[in-house]
Write a protein that binds this ligand. Structure first.
Ligand code: HEC
Ligand code: HEC
Length: 332
């Protein structure tokens, strides 16, 4: 089990900063390194699986349905819609840069992307399928069998290989070269005065206590509503659902602020539509700070500099089903 104390995070960040300090500014936020492809065939297979709706019971829902590559890796709705039009319980976090998070899910119940990837396929609220049926479908498609053989050296497909390939594809979904990263790397002209002012407010008021590191989040669980309680009808308990510890109630994994301009609506309940409102709530509830309209606008301007190069996805053409491939299961 894993609980991170903030001081430990800050300490480890300090160490990271001093190692790579030559060219990068000494700030509590670090730039994203570009992804280096080491196994292109595996990334390509993972991409196909990520986009393949035949991993769902209805034959209609893929990972991309709720983590849409055209929309910052999220779905831009309050809570996701899954099998049989069911409204899910919680907002869909982005998959972009998720490899930089120390755990997955709002409550951190999966340690790795590979552990995470099996969940949605079999979740009745999401893709509504079973691992056995998903494997049966893939195993029946000759072109997939061929590709799995190239990547894993076996014709016997397993869910372990499926989740491994998806996880490796997800590792490729980093978004380097945000304007803020160019500034971190020493370019003095890339931010406007307003954006820089926004960053100073963000840093000096203590947003960085929680939103820090490469992902500006994803490195600790923190209470939502430190100074004032957060009002919501959403029943999610946060980290205590995993640890059973009452003190962890309403602690959530701090979300990344990378590409946050694209990943509205905000918070685990998706209740907030705009960055202006999210910044206002964070200021008051987490820090006891009431930002003026101007300060708020400056912080929002800074947050928009965190949008990086989006993954250049060439839409995969999926191998066609075979005559023997089990067909989607209709609504009963
Ligand atoms: C029906 C919508 C839906 C589908 C389909 C779906 N997801 Fe998700 N995904 C979500 C939601 C909602 C969460 C947050 C759940 C939670 O934290 O309890 C999530 C969380 C995640 C996370 C964790 C991100 C983080 O920062 O914590 C990853 C990674 C992810 N999904 C990948 C996938 C993959 C891979 C697939 C396909 C195998 C997939 N998802 C299919 C809605 C969906
Ligand atoms: C004590 C830790 C903490 C501090 C300080 C903090 N945040 Fe957060 N932030 C969180 C947590 C936890 C969440 C997720 C809460 C939830 O979804 O219920 C969050 C969510 C957000 C979100 C929404 C992201 C999304 O994708 O849903 C934004 C934007 C944000 N914070 C900006 C800020 C800004 C700006 C500041 C400073 C004014 C700040 N935060 C200070 C912990 C913190």
């Amino acid at each position: 089990m894993f609980t991170l104390r903030l001081s430990a995070v800050l300490l480890s960040m300090g160490l990271v900063a001093s190692v790579s300090a030559q060219s990068v500014r000494n700030e509590p936020v670090q730039p994203i390194a570009p992804y280096e492809v080491t196994d292109p065939a595996k990334v390509e297979l993972g991409k196909k699986l990520f986009f393949d709706p035949r991993l769902s019971k209805s034959g209609f829902i893929s990972c991309n349905s709720c983590h849409n590559m055209s929309m910052g890796g999220s779905d831009n709705i309050k809570t996701s819609i899954g099998d049989r039009w069911q409204q899910g319980p919680i907002n869909s976090p982005t998959v972009l840069n998720s490899s930089l998070n120390l755990t997955q899910f709002w409550d951190g119940r999966a340690d790795t992307l590979k552990d995470q990837a099996g969940g949605p396929i079999a979740n009745p609220m999401e893709m509504g399928f079973t691992h056995e049926l998903a494997i049966e479908v893939l195993q029946s498609i000759p072109q997939y069998v061929e590709e799995f053989k190239t990547v894993y050296g076996t014709e016997e497909l397993t869910i372990d290989e499926v989740t491994d390939a998806i996880a490796v594809f997800e590792e490729s979904l980093v978004t380097p070269n945000a304007r803020f990263d160019l500034w971190l790397k020493g370019d003095d002209n890339v931010l406007t005065d307003q954006e820089l002012e926004g960053y100073m407010l963000f840093r000096n008021n203590g947003c960085v206590a929680c939103h820090n590191g490469v992902n500006l989040g994803g490195s600790s669980f923190q209470k939502m509503g430190v100074v004032e309680p957060y009002q919501t009808d959403n029943p999610a308990e946060g980290r205590s659902a995993v640890t059973g510890v009452d003190a962890d109630r309403f602690n959530f994994k701090v979300p990344t602020l990378r590409n946050v301009e694209l990943t509205y609506p905000y918070f685990h309940d998706g209740a907030v539509d705009t960055l202006t409102e999210a910044v206002d709530i964070m200021g008051r509830l987490q820090l006891g700070r009431h930002f003026t309209d101007e300060e708020n606008a400056n912080i929002v301007a800074f947050l928009k500099t965190l949008t990086g190069d989006q993954p250049q996805i060439i839409l995969p053409i999926l191998p066609p089903s075979h005559d023997d491939t089990p067909r989607p299961i209709p609504f009963d």
